[in-house]
Design a protein around this ligand. Structure first.
Ligand code: TLP
Length: 348
């Protein structure tokens, strides 16, 4: 295993990565200041760099992907509005209902095919207060997750991204990308992140997933939107002080850990193909486009499978009664994948 403490193969998530010695060295050298007062030079450098990489005017460093999405939603909606997102999106499933509690918005759910929404379905889901005799909420923001986590780590085709952004602008909605793993999508499809995000108003990008930083996400968008997000970040408790030590980890990740995401994708593919060949399990290989492998098992046996793998030193996550997830990341090597394949084989 690569620079990873312990002898387990931890495939629960790409959030489990730990800062490597080189990243820690960069963190220890960081020049810092009080970022709430706006004078941490390392945070400013990270924000400027991320805005440029995504082709946007401005950026804001926030503690987590969840807060990044929450801040984006709060900055671009009013209470009583409605957001439109895919039925298994992280914003809907895994953020504690924050959209409702923190922004006072309802949600219109769009079905996805491997997590990917059809622009026509998105258009159908937009409801407007105006012209509804006051019956409808005001659909005002469309959120797209790329890669789609519950879709299997799938990537939106570029034309679908562009078409959904066009639906947003045709319907006077803002458009947001939950780009927690946008660099996985970029590496897998060979399309620059700035091109993927070209027509979108905001993007949240995680540094603490495949990119390997211990903490942090960045929201990018127009200066005016980021100014509003800055106030909401403060209200949500996300104003941080000498946080350049963390921004330095982010800068290190941007310099060193983007191109290598392709290795995670190859290892996920190898794992997926081996598991799919085993009679007791199923993997939809079409879904395996980046660093995730969703494994289907017999109804009711998912927890048991996770325990059996764990006994063999391989950690995975239960998704529901009949599926579990394995995610590759920068600490996972080819040997770890061989060991994981053997663990699945003997857990049938
Ligand atoms: N995803 C985590 C869990 O919360 C499910 C994981 O292990 O995959 N957007 C997307 C698409 C995500 O997958 C995640 C984290 C987030 C946002 C939130 O990021 P954090 O954990 O930093 O709040």
């Amino acid at each position: 295993m690569r620079e990873y403490p312990g002898d387990r193969v931890d495939l629960r998530s790409d959030t489990v990565t730990q800062p490597t010695p080189a990243m820690r060295e960069a963190m220890s050298q960081a020049t810092v200041g009080d970022d709430v007062l706006g004078d941490d030079p390392t945070v400013i450098e990270l924000q400027d760099r991320m805005a440029a990489m995504l082709g946007k005017e401005s950026a804001l460093f926030v503690p987590s992907g969840t807060m990044c999405n929450a801040t984006a939603i709060r900055a671009q909606t009013e209470p009583g509005d409605e957001i439109i997102t895919e039925a298994h999106s992280h914003i809907y499933i895994y953020e504690g209902g924050g959209f409702a509690a923190l922004s006072g918005v309802s949600v219109a759910l769009v079905p996805g095919m491997m997590g990917i929404m059809d622009p026509a379905d998105v258009a159908r889901a937009v409801r407007k207060g105006d012209g509804s005799l006051g019956h409808f909420p005001n659909g005002s923001m469309i959120c797209v997750e790329n890669t789609s986590n519950r879709g299997g780590g799938t990537c939106y085709p570029l034309e679908t991204m562009d078409a959904i952004a066009a639906v947003a602008s045709d319907n006077s909605c803002t458009s947001h990308i939950d780009g927690a793993r946008i660099f996985n999508a970029s590496v897998a499809t060979g399309v620059e992140a700035s091109r993927i995000a070209r027509d979108y108003d905001s993007v949240s990008i995680c540094l603490s997933k495949g990119l390997g930083a211990p903490v942090g996400s960045v929201l990018v968008g127009t200066k005016e939107m980021i100014y509003r997000a800055y106030r909401w970040r403060k209200m949500f408790g996300g104003g941080m002080r000498q946080v350049g030590v963390l921004a330095a980890a982010g800068l290190f990740a941007l310099d060193n850990n983007i191109e290598r995401l392709g290795e995670d994708h190859s290892l996920a593919r190898k794992l997926a193909e081996a598991i799919e060949a085993m009679p007791s399990f199923t993997v939809d290989l079409d879904q395996v486009q980046t660093n995730m492998v969703y494994v289907g098992c017999e109804e009711g046996s998912a927890d048991d499978l996770v325990s059996r793998l764990s006994e063999k030193g391989v950690d995975t996550l239960t998704i529901d009664d009949s599926s579990i997830r394995a995610v590759t990341h920068l600490h996972i090597t080819d040997e770890d994948i061989d060991r994981s394949i053997a663990a699945f084989e003997s857990s049938q």
